[in-house]
Write a protein that binds this ligand. Structure first.
Ligand code: ZN
Length: 229
């Protein structure tokens, strides 16, 4: 899944408006942010295999460190604890931890059985990717709902807040369509490099966050001065 993960990050802004959209995106995408680095280092393996599923030409041969359920629980706990230590905001910590875990749950729904329960253990996956229309309907619906929740739960403080948000939505949809209709990537290395480029969405989301504010709840100045609980 791709834009579905961003959809969950956008929707989470409604549940935890005080958490930066950049942090929410980092949590929802954490596994796919670390994964390309491990692919390039040769610690995890992906292969280009057109027809592997109807939706993607990628064969996820081995990714126990980023995409096994056991390790995802470790990543989720670690991310939540680091967030808690830095902010003291426990509700936010629960939300970001749940977001890390949500990535695995959504991948479990979409992937064929290639997600290990633990390194070396049985692999699972419900295989939504075996149907292109079903994938687009499920992921598209998630994305529309996520964008709606974020767009109505926050408002632009200025022109930048409006344009940066709209541009992000358009860009994500553009990449999704290009991935779906374009040729398969030339190599595993190209997948890794393109994957690392996904890090750019984090500063982009931080930038959006600085130029938008929650519709309900305390204003930004009140947030800055409030105790951290
Ligand atoms: Zn993933």
């Amino acid at each position: 899944m791709f834009i579905g993960h961003f959809a969950v990050g956008l929707a989470a802004k409604r549940i935890a408006p005080r958490v930066s959209l950049g942090t929410l995106f980092a949590a929802a995408q954490l596994l796919d942010l670390v994964w390309p680095a491990l692919v390039l280092l040769g610690l995890e393996k992906v292969r280009v295999d057109p027809g592997n599923t109807a939706f993607t030409p990628l064969d996820f041969v081995s990714y126990p460190w980023t995409h096994s359920l056991l390790m995802v629980l470790v990543w989720a706990t670690g991310f939540a604890l680091i967030y808690l230590a830095r902010t003291g905001f426990s509700r936010g910590a629960w939300v970001v931890g749940a977001l890390v875990l949500s990535h695995w749950v959504l991948d479990f729904v979409t992937h064929r059985p290639d997600l290990p329960l633990a390194p070396g253990a049985a692999k699972v996956g419900l295989g939504l990717w075996n149907s292109v229309p079903a994938t687009v309907i499920v992921e598209g619906t998630l994305f529309v709902v996520g964008v709606y929740l974020c767009a109505t739960g926050t408002r632009a403080r200025n022109r930048t807040g409006r344009i940066a948000f709209r541009a992000l939505v358009a860009f994500l949809v553009g990449i999704y369509v290009a991935n779906m209709l374009g040729p398969p990537p030339p190599s595993a290395r190209a997948i890794g490099v393109a994957g690392l480029a996904m890090w750019l969405f984090i500063p982009w989301a931080v930038w959006i966050d600085r130029n938008r504010e929650p519709v309900h709840g305390p204003s930004r100045s009140a947030i800055a001065t409030s105790p951290s609980s």
